[in-house]
Design a protein around this ligand. Structure first.
Ligand code: ZN
Length: 311
């Protein structure tokens, strides 16, 4: 069989896994419980009052946490899923990276809820070539129930791939000049922010219910849960609340050492940005800074902060 035929043959074998179980009759290792909710909220810095007290619900985004196997392994993972991964390994797609997940919430989870779940291999993509290498995306859909009732859906996608050959490491000085800074991920929840940047306006979200300002942009208010919002334009003055100096690891398009600042805006919210106009070792906590827009390349402009108060 020639190469083309072999690729076609494996495509057909992969497709045959669509619709097969990935997990059958999984059982959450713990009931939904307050300590796990508290640890999650502390780790996330989420102080929403809905997640504590006698009527607490679990943060919806914890959905997957209740289904995870922990160090002792998966619960109820099917043979079909293991076979699919083995088939991909055998075809040379030995690396794996989680690419994205999507969740849908059908009912709130509360302490005491018993979690059960099933997962299905929803799709196996055709062969795709990405920057990481060539391989197949595998999407699984997990249906999660609480006390037998549908509670949510968690779709999880991985790329099983054969890594692209990497160029050998080059010394800093010969780094390719065309290497570009990473692009921001723009989605429906933060598009307004980037539209503001395009007009040289730094927009902060303001809750339409309790008027709490928030940054970075989020679909809902952490103070009251409301999804209504409008924006206020930042005045552009701020101070360095904290900073780090990056020495390692090296990233393409960044030239270490450089300072990354956590800037407290005059409006009270904080954002991570670059501090420019001052050597990296002269950045100080409390230093006044002023918003400016840095043209990084032909398609990317970023809000950054220049050391010094307003001119
Ligand atoms: Zn609010």
């Amino acid at each position: 069989m020639n190469g083309e035929g072999a690729a076609h043959d494996i495509d057909a074998r992969l497709k045959a896994y669509e619709g097969r179980a990935a997990v059958s009759a999984g059982i959450g290792k713990d009931l939904v419980n307050e300590p796990m909710i508290r640890h999650w909220c502390e780790a996330m810095g989420d102080t929403n009052p809905a997640y504590e007290g006698p009527h607490a619900v679990a943060p919806p985004t914890m959905l997957q946490a209740w289904t995870m196997g922990g160090l002792s392994g998966h619960t109820g993972r099917s043979e079909a899923y293991d076979e699919l991964l083995a088939l991909l390994d055998g075809a040379g797609y030995t690396s794996v990276v989680a690419t994205d997940c999507e969740q849908e919430y059908l009912r709130p989870l509360r302490p005491g809820d018993a979690i059960t779940f099933d997962a299905v291999i929803e799709s196996v993509s055709e062969r795709k070539t990405t920057k990481l290498g060539t391989g197949h995306f595998v999407t699984t859909r997990m249906d999660i129930r609480a006390g037998g009732e549908p509670a949510g859906t968690h779709r999880f996608r991985i790329l099983k791939y054969a890594p692209a050959a990497r160029p050998s490491r080059q010394p800093e000085t010969s780094r390719k000049p065309e290497t570009r800074r990473p692009r921001p991920v723009i989605n429906r929840d933060n598009a307004g922010f980037w539209e503001g940047v395009a007009e040289h306006r730094l927009l902060i979200q303001r809750c339409g219910t309790c008027a709490t300002l928030r940054f970075p942009w989020l679909p809902g208010c952490n103070a009251c849960g409301s999804q209504r919002w409008d924006t206020v334009e930042a005045s552009g003055s701020g101070t360095v609340f904290s900073y780090v100096v990056m020495h390692h690891p090296p990233f393409p398009a960044f030239d270490p050492p450089y300072a990354v600042g956590l800037i407290e805006l005059a409006e009270g919210v904080r954002m991570v940005s670059n501090v420019i106009g001052v050597p990296y070792d002269k950045v100080r906590i409390g230093m006044p800074v002023t918003l400016t827009f840095l043209r990084v390349d032909e398609e990317l402009e970023l809000p950054v902060f220049r050391a010094g108060g307003e001119d």
